[in-house]
Design a binder for this molecule. Structure first.
Ligand SMILES: NC(=O)c1ccc[n+]([C@@H]2O[C@H](COP(=O)([O-])OP(=O)(O)OC[C@H]3O[C@@H](n4cnc5c(N)ncnc54)[C@H](O)[C@@H]3O)[C@@H](O)[C@H]2O)c1
Length: 330
């Protein structure tokens, strides 16, 4: 039985992944610092769903705490590490850059060092579609140039990819980076647009619609992302290109079907049966006009293509939201 460390286990994707791995019968150690970037009670509620399940244990730890992370890797012999803990959010990286350095850079080195010294068999880590910056070639391919990030968040994720490649090369540590594309779903993140829209519309408040609703996002349902991660865990990368002999691989995990923000809002309105009052606003600094994942490598290597439509995914989210927060849609 594989022993897996999932960092960010009280977070949105980490929680769903943890549930899925526990169902598979894995021995799972969850780690999270339960920080207050968004509602801590939601993180605790997710954790409460995991606690008590057979095979699960939890450490409240900060990735940036070098001693504590070193100790954890010494005590437990992990077969696989899935690093999802990070300071997420593009816009917040303009307000609080240090949070990104602490969690995404310092924290990530601590994970790499832990993996290296305890001979972890595979490190899978979260990257992001934001590394593509304002790439105009669509769909975004893992072979495209990603040297022009436009937020510190994106730069920190690109840095993770470079750092992981280095450890794969120097120490033979197999690493796989996953560029997630706008993940949404039940138990989701309150800082994300679909969540904020739902909350505001139900409260009868106006919603802020940036870039006048014209940006396009490859909205990807969380169950598809989890399916992708679970399959990738078992796909240990091999040295495979002339440029690099490192056991290192990058995949996009996206729906391969971008949707305009205004169309997403329409689906939320339809599911709630309420029309939104919209504040149409210009683009925000750090934001990109479009994301669109090329998932050919994922399909070829692990035989999986995300495919949940926003009609299905948003309806699931609204059902969860109204029941969790005890509010009632029309
Ligand atoms: N949700 C998306 O659309 C999306 C898109 C691209 C990439 N990602 C990446 O996927 C990963 C998971 O994202 P998510 O949406 O679940 O975000 P999330 O914020 O819900 O989850 C991250 C979790 O990590 C924890 N954490 C943060 N810093 C930590 C630290 N220093 N030490 C320990 N725990 C820490 C947080 O408390 C949180 O529970 C992140 O790396 C994120 O950057 C997410």
């Amino acid at each position: 039985m594989q022993k897996i460390l999932v960092t960010g286990a009280a977070g949105f994707i980490g929680f769903h992944l943890s549930q899925s791995l526990l169902e598979r019968g894995n021995c799972l150690i969850g780690l999270d610092n339960l920080n207050d970037y968004y509602d801590v009670s939601l993180k605790k509620a997710r954790l409460a769903q995991l606690e008590g399940k057979s095979g699960f244990s939890f450490h409240k730890l900060d990735l940036a705490n070098r001693q504590a992370i070193t100790q954890l890797f010494k005590e437990e012999q992990f077969d696989v590490v899935v690093n999802l803990a990070a300071q997420a959010g593009v816009r917040y990286s303009l307000q609080n850059p240090h949070a990104y350095v602490d969690s995404n850079l310092v924290g990530f080195v601590n994970i790499l060092e832990g993996c290296r010294h305890s001979q972890v068999k595979h490190l899978v880590f979260a990257s992001s579609s934001s590394v593509y910056g304002k790439n105009t070639k669509i769909p975004f391919s893992v072979d495209d140039n990603v040297d022009h990030p436009i937020s510190l968040y994106a730069a920190s994720k690109k840095a993770n990819e470079l750092m992981a490649h280095t450890y794969s090369h120097l120490y033979g540590l197999p690493t796989t980076g996953l560029r997630f594309f706008t993940v949404y779903g039940i138990w989701g993140r309150p800082d994300m647009a679909y969540f904020k829209f739902t909350k505001a519309i139900l409260a009868g408040e106006p919603i802020d619609v940036f870039n006048y609703g014209k940006m396009r996002r490859d909205f990807t349902y969380v169950d598809d992302v989890v399916e992708g991660i679970v399959r990738v865990i078992d796909k240990i990368p091999q040295p495979n290109t002339d440029m690099s002999t490192a056991p290192y691989k990058i995949y996009n995990i996206g729906n391969n079907q971008p949707v305009e923000l205004i169309d997403l809002i329409q689906v939320v309105e339809d599911c709630l049966g309420i029309k939104a009052e919209k504040n149409l606003l210009p683009m925000q600094p750090g934001d990109v006009p479009m994301t669109y994942a090329d998932v050919d490598d994922l399909v070829n290597d692990v035989g999986f293509r995300p495919s949940t439509s926003i009609d299905v995914g948003i309806q699931k989210f609204i059902n969860w939201y109204t029941s969790y927060y005890q509010v009632f849609a029309a």
